[in-house]
Design a protein around this ligand. Structure first.
Ligand SMILES: Cc1ncc(COP(=O)(O)O)c(C=O)c1O
Length: 467
């Protein structure tokens, strides 16, 4: 194995590094199948720097192989990651620890809508970090109130609750719906408590959100999850009419465009019917816009494309440009049911993330930004349709704005791997048979052309795996 000098930042003391390396040499669990590299360590002559052998070609950085092997020995194995160790990014480009460049069509799963290291976003983060990062929700802080005002002013909502992630935003929506129903049915022993969700839905991994998530593989191993959820077919109006019931249904959770489920867009008629059914039965309509919201569709909120308004909307991924945040936006009539102490979070809506989110909103709400997302989305879909035309495995190119899916009749993972080798990062969705493309919203037409070119050049790999 090649040896190499890895110089850590001054904040990591040599003692800590040696302790870490000693642990790597002795994996505690025998069932881990990765090879643990022999890592030579010694202290360099500079007083605060340490040396680690590594396969990296860049001074100061562990090589991909070492990082991947180290991860395998210390992580709970929840992530089947791509074998790629990313070190830095700029705009729509990412660089691995060996210095290879990638065009990023994943944006951290629809998170980095301003791309990587947007200068205004970085300035906002640094500025706020120098002032105040965290205070808890025991006290008021200015960025939190400013962000809440911005969200209220630019949406249907009257009030905002901040969280740290998408799943937590949905947990808050679940609790708000239950409390709202209790508050609105004061004389009933059993107010409506049940929820409706849809096939191919994804709402998160915590016990409430996972109960609303249709994929059994995410849900069944953890049962009992929150009871009282009925799944109906996404888009099936007749089924919805039969299942959303007065006195029973507390809320209907739906993604206007399903991301994880395979880039499936609701029809206008479907969302309008859900709105009517919720109004008729006094159930709440919750739009999960964690993935499709905040400019991704070319509309600020995906539901604007449908002209249908929810009672609650959940947001997360792109809101703070890569820092963890979520938000549950509600009408006044829902918020009225919530009292002090009903819900809360230590970290949520801290000054740092909120100031970063304001920088994101400033850009996304600049005149012309959303129009450019729509234009680029149309152009990209057109390009992809042209370039994949005639390929026997490509069934459909679909999506709205810059949330685009390519449905295949075979698993997409060989294509994902081939694209990565060729310097293009893409995701899968659906049952693994959909290519999901959710680039930074600031991507250029030239970069979209590059992505379409690489992707179409890699398509033949599907013939090899299909045969
Ligand atoms: C529509 C939707 N809702 C909720 C979530 C969960 O968000 P998080 O991973 O931030 O908890 C996701 C994540 O992919 C999502 O796509």
């Amino acid at each position: 194995m090649s040896t190499f000098n890895a110089i850590f930042s001054n904040s990591i003391t040599p003692t800590t590094d040696l302790h870490f390396l000693a642990k790597l040499k002795k994996p505690k669990v025998s069932s881990i199948h990765v090879h643990i590299p022999r890592i030579h360590s010694s202290l360099v002559s500079e007083p605060e720097k340490s040396v680690i052998s590594s396969g990296s070609s860049k001074p100061g950085i562990l090589g991909s192989k070492e990082v991947i092997e180290a991860e395998g020995s210390v992580f709970v194995r929840t992530y089947a990651r791509a074998p790629l160790v990313l070190e830095s990014g700029k705009g729509c480009k990412l660089y691995d620890v060996e210095g290879k460049e990638y065009l990023d069509m994943t944006a951290g799963i629809a998170v980095n809508s301003l791309g990587h290291c947007d200068p205004d976003w970085v300035k906002a983060v640094v500025e706020q970090a120098n002032i105040l990062t965290h205070v808890s929700n025991v006290y008021y802080s200015i960025p939190q109130v400013k962000l809440a005002k911005r969200l209220v002013e630019s949406s249907f909502a009257d009030r905002v609750f901040f969280t740290n992630s998408g799943t937590e935003a949905n947990e808050a929506a679940i609790k708000f719906a239950r409390k709202y129903q209790r508050y609105s049915h004061p004389d009933e022993k059993q107010p409506p408590t049940e929820f409706i969700s849809f096939t191919h839905s994804f709402h998160g991994r915590t016990m409430g959100s996972v109960a609303l998530t249709s994929k059994e593989q995410y849900r069944l191993p953890f049962e009992p999850v929150m009871p009282g959820v009925t799944f109906i077919e996404y888009g099936n109006i007749e089924e919805a009419k039969k299942t959303i019931v007065s006195g029973k249904t507390a809320a209907v959770f739906v993604e206007p465009i399903q991301g994880e489920g395979g880039i499936n867009s609701a029809t206008k008629e479907f969302l309008q019917t859900l709105r009517t059914l919720c109004d008729d039965t006094r159930a709440l309509l919750v739009f999960d816009e964690v993935q499709c919201g905040l400019g991704r569709t070319g509309y600020l909120w995906a539901h604007e494309a449908y002209g249908v308004t929810p009672d609650i909307m959940t947001l997360a991924k792109p809101l703070a440009g890569g820092l963890p945040i979520g938000a549950t936006l509600t009408t006044e009539s829902v918020a009225k049911a919530i009292n002090f102490g009903d819900h809360g979070s230590t970290f949520a809506g801290g000054p740092l993330v909120c100031h970063a989110a304001i920088a994101v909103l400033d850009k996304i709400q600049k005149p012309g930004f959303l129009t450019s997302v729509s234009k680029k989305g149309l152009y990209f879909k057109e390009l992809l349709s042209q370039k994949t035309k005639g390929n026997q495995h490509v069934k459909e190119v679909r999506g709205l704005g810059l949330i685009v899916g390519i449905e295949l009749d075979v698993p997409a993972s060989p294509l994902v791997d081939a694209c990565r080798e060729a310097g293009l990062l893409i995701l899968t969705a659906g049952k693994g048979n959909v290519v999901r493309l959710v680039p930074p919203l600031i991507i250029s037409e030239q970069e979209l052309e590059q992505a379409a070119e690489v992707l179409s050049n890699c398509l033949p790999v599907l013939d090899q795996t299909a045969s």
